[in-house]
Design a protein around this ligand. Structure first.
Ligand code: FAD
Length: 303
């Protein structure tokens, strides 16, 4: 990745942004989520998305969060949905309930194996076997926007990056309209992946998934599980800051800003942020690349 602190050459062109949230478990987490949602809403994201817990464990909470976004905000929410441990009929019921609630965007995923990462994925006998089947199923229920995942460093179960790109092509052929990548820290990985994807005839937008490092140890652990590499330079930057939250946050903002400015400099027009339900870092990074609320929204947010 080319490192650069200078303002982006492309900063005059406002990138489209989107934010991922997860459904809250407790009243305290719920308050934190909505505070983050309301703050980030002022930046006018293209869409926001709400994750679905492993094995459908957050089915109700995801639905309730997305529904509240439709009812109480001006946001366009997307609901994540997986095929794990559910029959087609059960999944279709969830899809229909989203349509009925006015939701028009689904992030369609297979999901992790019910036995945990590293075990073989066993589809439900009456369920959707692959994400491409789920995408086709969603298409039959309603005219949804359908986003899928993409893996610049390949999905851990895939035999090769080419095989994984073939799987992405199947999802697109089934009706996916956009992909969001697994997070990465080396932008070259993303651009090399993009070249391969385009060479394979895939033309949908492939949004880079960006994770501001709220907690390096947690992020590194998660990266190991998902097959995302953590460069040594990144570990170096957070080394020694384990007990220094304030400095860690400043470093996190600088690291993420570098990554985002470089993406924009290299022609990226869309940015998808994994917010972890926290607004501050994402808000600051958006500000750095020229994404600011309209003045009226600033006044309202400050009240
Ligand atoms: P898929 O594209 O389905 O691929 C999974 C594996 O199957 C790959 O190895 C692929 O190469 C292979 N494959 C796919 N299709 C075919 C085919 N037709 N034939 C042969 N092989 C095939 N998990 C959650 O539980 N909840 C979430 O909300 C959630 N959100 C996510 C959002 C994003 C942007 C990303 C990148 C991941 C998310 N995940 C989520 C994680 C995801 O569920 C796991 O990575 C899961 O292991 C794979 O599901 P998938 O749809 O991402 O992958």
């Amino acid at each position: 990745m080319a490192l650069s602190y200078r303002p982006s050459r492309h900063s005059a062109r406002r990138p489209a942004i989107s934010f991922e949230f997860f459904p809250p478990k407790t009243a305290e987490m719920e308050a934190a989520l909505w505070e983050a949602v309301h703050r980030l809403e002022t930046l006018k994201p293209n869409f926001v998305s709400v994750t679905y817990g492993a094995g459908g464990s957050t089915r109700e909470r995801t639905h309730a969060t997305v529904k509240r976004m439709v009812e109480e905000t001006g946001l366009r929410p997307a609901a994540h949905l997986t095929c794990v441990s559910a029959s087609k009929a059960e999944v279709n019921e969830v899809i229909q309930s989203y349509w009925d609630a006015g939701v028009r965007h689904i992030v369609a995923l297979r999901g992790d194996p019910a036995g945990g990462l590293g075990t073989a994925y066993v589809p439900h006998p009456d369920g959707y076997h692959q994400t491409s089947d789920l995408v086709a199923g969603i298409r039959q229920i309603g005219d949804f926007e359908i986003t899928v995942s993409a893996y610049p460093e390949k999905h851990p179960e895939a035999a090769s990056l080419d095989a994984d790109i073939d799987a992405l092509k199947m999802k697109v052929d089934a009706g996916a309209t956009r992909a969001i990548t697994q997070f990465f820290f080396d932008n070259d990985l993303y651009f090399r992946f993009l070249d391969k994807v385009r060479a394979r005839g895939i033309t949908i937008p492939i949004l880079p998934g960006i994770v501001p490092v709220q907690n390096f140890k947690q992020t590194a652990n998660f990266a190991r599980k998902t097959g995302a590499s953590v460069p040594e330079w990144l570990a170096d930057r957070f080394e020694g800051l384990e007990d220094d939250v304030a400095t860690r946050r400043l470093v996190a903002a600088a690291v993420c800003a570098e990554q985002v400015l470089d993406l924009i400099d290299r022609g990226c027009t869309d940015l998808h942020f994994y917010t972890m339900n926290k607004a501050d870092l994402v808000y600051a990074i958006c500000h750095l690349v020229g994404i600011k609320p309209a003045p009226a929204a600033v006044a309202v947010a400050a009240e």
